[in-house]
Design a protein around this ligand. Structure first.
Ligand SMILES: [Zn+2]
Length: 225
């Protein structure tokens, strides 16, 4: 694994968990995995009684997921359904990329309905490029991220990379078990995720995760075959 540090952009707390097995495997290989979380998930309350506590609940659940995966998290804290691609937001994302200097960025694709997913796609992709340009240098030394990948929301497009995560597939269920406030939306309870994790781990079947290159990945030579 050549990555020293990667950044994984997620619109809402739990979007990134699709990539939980790959993040956990990378972390186990010594890669520093930094999740860049754009919103606070404030609209994700399945019951009106949770309206005032949902943000804190989801903060705790995200921290529990990080504990499981061995990841670290930057939370931008924009309101759920209120993420906008304006100059101030864009420059915060650019500044964060320059501060972290990732070897690769992973972000959401744009085959999607949710405004925050689409805005996260736009912000991360443009900031990944602009962070490497000699502009806005008060916000940090320019950093060109060599690789930018999609990890979800790609519709039917075939993946460009299928990465082995055998031995880590069950981590997804372990992280979903931590997202207690979302279990009504998932139609599942905590124990069912823990039980499923246990059986996936016991089976230890070959597992993989799919990734797609973006137009921001500079491929200057044929990849090794
Ligand atoms: Zn989302």
């Amino acid at each position: 694994m050549n990555f020293r540090r990667i950044m994984v952009f997620a619109a809402h707390p739990d979007d990134e968990l699709v990539m939980a097995p790959a993040m956990a495997r990378m972390a186990s290989l010594g890669v520093e995995v930094v999740i860049a979380l754009m919103t606070d998930g404030c609209e994700g309350y399945p019951d009106p009684s949770l309206r005032d506590t949902i943000v804190e609940l989801r903060r705790q659940e995200a921290a529990a997921a990080d504990e499981v995966m061995g990841t670290r998290r930057i939370s931008f804290g924009y309101p759920d359904m209120g993420l906008v691609n304006d100059k101030a937001t864009f420059l915060r994302v650019l500044e964060a990329i320059r501060a972290e200097r990732p070897d690769a960025i992973f972000t959401q694709g744009n085959v999607d309905n949710h405004r925050d997913h689409l805005t996260t796609h736009d912000l991360s992709l443009e900031a990944a490029w602009q962070a490497g340009q000699p502009v806005s240098t008060a916000l940090g030394e320019p950093w060109r991220t060599p690789q930018v990948w999609y990890y979800k929301n790609m519709g039917a497009r075939p993946p460009d990379l299928v990465w082995d995560v055998t031995g880590f597939a069950h981590v997804r269920q372990l992280t979903l078990a931590t997202q207690v406030s979302q279990h009504v939306l998932f139609g599942r309870d905590r124990q069912s995720f823990l039980d499923e994790a246990e059986s996936i781990k016991a089976a230890n079947a070959p597992a993989s995760q799919s990734f797609w290159v973006t137009g921001k990945t500079a491929l200057r030579e044929f990849p090794e075959v």
